[in-house]
Write a protein that binds this ligand. Structure first.
Ligand code: FA5
Length: 338
């Protein structure tokens, strides 16, 4: 029997009795079993023990180590359980408290209306094309039968980047781009942002348009009216009437403004339709043969229609909004309604 090992065990027993928290237990563990611990020290000193006693002494040290490890382990488990129980009692979770509500956002009303319109036209076999917002003067104006200095350019207040580059003023700029790279038959819609130096209750400098055009042999004004009729019934309801009014666009001949019966008064006359019973919704017409020539199509062979609408304007009509600027003021009270 080696007295020093016995005294270590006795001292450990006294000390472990006082272990009433994990921190103290950890300190004990280090004191006895750590790198510089009492037991580790004994293991290291084995070389100094006379060879005839070394084996037995080693055995005793190992037994003491195992003994201490086991007791510390038992205490550790017990202390962990009691600390967990204490926490559970002092920090009860009230599962009946309502959770925190994180409001989910939703698509902007312009995007919602644009998506709805895109769905209508794609269901009619139109496919989506896109063009650049910073556009060559050629595609925005010249290819659409509006040469430089043509007075028709004044219809659209333009942001010029340089003499030959503009912020596109309308999505009609996509027409010739698509025609240059594709042969008829074409059934295309081109949605996107457009820019004009314009600002009041019905005009903003950045807004969205959707262009549509169809090109093939024997396309007529009747096809234009039929397609727009379906669109208007799907977006505004089947009772909504449509009428074509003669108008002018350099890139369509003949041209028309399309009106729908007032969505507020159903045509009887109110302040929204200025007592006319009608609301203007888009511009349209048969594609001017000059545009086909610019695109390299033979106008003797092909005909087509085109139309273009302002998306915010459609949303205003659909929801009865009287100030277009509301769309982009980021007022949550306004946006949450959609
Ligand atoms: C055009 O832009 C033609 N490119 C439409 C077209 C296409 C005609 C194909 C024929 C064939 P207009 O300038 O009228 O047309 O604009 C079309 C629509 O854009 C308007 O009816 C209106 O709804 C909307 N719009 C025009 N300017 C603004 C603006 N500043 N802010 C918001 N919406 C606008």
């Amino acid at each position: 029997m080696f007295n020093d090992i016995d005294s270590i065990k006795n001292l450990f027993r006294e000390e472990i009795e006082k272990a009433d928290n994990l921190k103290y237990l950890q300190e004990l563990k280090i004191k006895y079993l750590g790198k510089k611990g009492v037991i580790t020290g004994k293991i290291k000193s084995l070389g100094t023990i006379p060879p005839n006693e070394r084996r037995e002494y080693g055995q005793q040290v190992n037994d003491a180590k195992k003994y201490i490890e086991e007791i510390i382990d038992v205490h550790e488990k017990a202390l962990r359980t009691s600390e967990l129980n204490k926490t559970l009692q002092t920090q009860r979770i009230d599962v009946t408290v309502p959770g925190h509500y994180t409001p989910a956002g939703h698509l902007h009303p312009t995007t919602q209306v644009l998506n709805e319109i895109i769905r209508v036209f794609t269901s009619l076999g139109f496919h989506v094309e896109q063009g650049p917002e910073v556009e060559l003067d050629f595609y925005n104006f010249e290819a659409l039968n509006m040469p430089k200095d043509h007075p028709a350019r004044d219809m659209q207040d333009t942001f010029y980047i340089s003499d030959d580059v503009v912020l596109r003023t309308h999505t009609s700029s996509v027409q010739v781009r698509v025609m240059e790279n594709n042969s008829p038959p074409l059934r295309v819609i081109a949605p996107g942002k457009v820019y004009r130096c314009d600002a009041d209750v019905t005009h903003i400098p950045m807004f969205h348009q959707l262009e549509g055009f169809m090109v093939d042999k024997h396309i007529t004004m009747g096809d234009l009216k039929g397609v727009l009729q379906v669109f208007i019934h799907m977006v505004f309801g089947p009772a909504t009437k449509l009428r074509l009014r003669p108008s002018f666009f350099p890139f369509t001949e003949p041209s028309a403004e399309i009106d729908i019966s007032c969505v507020i008064c159903k045509g009887s006359g109110c302040s929204v339709c200025k007592n006319t019973g009608w609301l203007e919704i888009l511009g349209a017409g048969m594609i001017n043969p000059r545009v086909f020539e610019m695109a390299g199509y033979d106008p003797e062979f092909y005909t087509g229609f085109a139309f273009g609408m302002g998306i915010e304007r459609v949303a205003m009509l659909k929801y009865g909004i009287d100030d277009i600027r509301l769309f982009y003021e980021n007022d949550k009270k306004f946006l949450e309604q959609f």
